[in-house]
Design a protein around this ligand. Sequence first.
Ligand SMILES: CC(C)(COP(=O)(O)OP(=O)(O)OC[C@H]1O[C@@H](n2cnc3c(N)ncnc32)[C@H](O)[C@@H]1OP(=O)(O)O)[C@@H](O)C(=O)NCCC(=O)NCCS
Length: 405
Amino acid sequence: MPIEIRSITTSEIPAFRETLSRAFGHDPVDEDGADERFAGFVDLSRTYVPFEGDEMAGVSASLTFDVSLPGGTVTPMGGLTMVAVKPTHRRRRILTDMIRAHFDDCSGRGEVLSGLWASESSIYGRVGYGVAAPVHDRTINGPAAGVPAAPDEVRLLSLDEVRTVFPKLYEALFPTRPGQTSRNDVWWEQNHFRDPEHWRRGASQKRHLAAFRGGAPVGYATYRQKSKWEDSIAAGSVIVGELLGVDGDARLSLWSLLCSIDLFPTVQADNQPPDLELPWQVANPRAIQRKELDGMYVRLLDVPGALEARRYSTTDRIAIAVADPIGIAAGTYALDGSPEAAACGATTRPADVTLDVATLSALYLGADLANTLGRAGRIEGSADAVARFGAMLRNPVAPNCPEIF
Ligand SMILES: CC(C)(COP(=O)(O)OP(=O)(O)OC[C@H]1O[C@@H](n2cnc3c(N)ncnc32)[C@H](O)[C@@H]1OP(=O)(O)O)[C@@H](O)C(=O)NCCC(=O)NCCS
């Protein structure tokens, strides 16, 4: 039977949730109001569901975000999410067709790029995604790290206080690091303030901390505690959810508290930016271990639109030839960029650098990768052209998306 991809109606939400949960090895949680909540933050017109007759062969959807870019600008981004194909229907190009539906939808809405988090790093490169905001998972031996005392005042907040402090602070910090996604009230409520038992995985409820300077909030963190005893010795963990601050002191204040909670010596902080300053602030940086992972992927759909949306670290003009396995972004483009402005359009000039769209997408949020990608054979061009291109695209603050979507 042929597969038809279409959006779902409200009555099909339970089947969508069940198909998605099963793909990730869970059974759908039968919570009160789960379907209504789903409809509250997933725009059903942005679901792309493959039907074989009446049966869902898989699921996928887009979230509607703005994403922060180098230079403090933002652009709309379609966030591809909830992607699954039933084991009975795998490797029939259903994912490929769902992604095309997502790209068409993004382009129709003026979104110049798509972003996602991948379950496996082998899936999305073939359709032009590159890792644009790589992350480090940090495991800290809190007592051994020698974290200095908090420069700012740190307090635990009630959920009512959190509702007034966190969204405002996040909004102020949003443009300061590329790769952050915008959050509306529904997103905050559903994905940050709600804390159902089945999200805790044996750990405590979510706790909320904020750092204050002169009475004003300058940073916040969320965490859970997971208790453990080994031979009657406390070996618990603090599991950090999100930690953001206006500067190094604000963030240090939060780390200082998190690394000194009695009975919980291990601090697990995943999805941290690669330019985390904490190892440079402590007495014993070896107590802060790291694992590098792929983080958020980006896929440029409209190259001139995307390259004009961000700003550049140097003022330069460069001709970029882009190859695209599925055609959408292919072409040669002239980019005139500077810290203040950018212009980009098709050109007949010979290319200074040649790369595929996944490579350009990996560079787009400002990760310092151009020279590495050049050495990896992913960028063609003279060493000077690659270095100039890299200097232009590199952002002083590493891109990071603080939450998985
Ligand atoms: C990942 C998943 C959605 C792929 O769906 P699918 O319909 O089988 O994928 P397609 O048939 O469109 O595959 C297209 C190509 O990608 C390859 N591919 C698909 N999944 C892959 C994977 N997990 N690893 C490596 N390659 C993969 C296919 O082999 C095919 O390659 P080809 O072009 O050389 O023939 C499906 O396996 C799944 O539901 N997995 C479990 C849930 C999951 O991981 N979802 C992704 C969340 S980000």
